[in-house]
Design a protein around this ligand. Structure first.
Ligand code: ATP
Length: 140
């Protein structure tokens, strides 16, 4: 089923999530404060907008409340990430998934209502190690 997803923050992680969701046929609204990042995603999203996602009135005017999923991919700015997550939950987005840079960040995000917290580097490191481990077993 086609989902409506808002992706906030177009670093490597946010950009990759946005492109793949769009390729899979979902409606994706991409948001970043940086014009060049928004320009770069235009051909790989349904809508691409320059906006500050910590500004509640901007989020509301973009019709974010009509989306059922949100991905907050702001890793480095803890304050922006937490504030944005809190506002998206207050606006009523059912599923808010958020990128965290470390465990402390993850705990704060869970307290403010994030439905899923992802630590991409950490999770990918574990998967690579497990992959290598299973190859060793097969080789044996
Ligand atoms: P990655 O590791 O995924 O490449 P990054 O660590 O390089 O990410 P971050 O600093 O985590 O980059 O920010 C990701 C994106 O979020 C940046 O493009 C940044 O402009 C955007 N961003 C930061 N704050 C806001 C905000 N308040 N509203 C919208 N976008 C924001």
């Amino acid at each position: 089923m086609k989902k409506q997803v808002v992706v906030i923050g177009l670093g490597r992680f946010g950009t990759s999530v946005c492109k793949e969701l769009y390729r899979l046929g979902h409606e994706v609204l991409a948001i970043d404060t940086k014009v060049d990042r928004v320009d770069g995603i235009r051909d790989y999203s349904s809508h691409a907008v320059v906006a500050n996602a910590t500004d509640e009135s901007e989020l509301k005017s973009l019709g974010v409340r009509n989306f059922d999923h949100a991905i907050v991919a702001i890793g480095d700015n803890l304050q922006a990430s937490v504030l944005c997550t809190l506002m998206l939950k207050e606006i009523g987005i059912a599923k808010v998934w958020v990128k965290a840079r470390d465990l402390q960040h993850q705990k704060i995000l869970e307290k403010v209502g994030a439905d899923k917290v992802i630590q991409p580097e950490n999770e990918m490191g574990i998967r690579v190690a497990q992959h290598m481990n299973s190859e060793k077993i097969i080789d044996y």
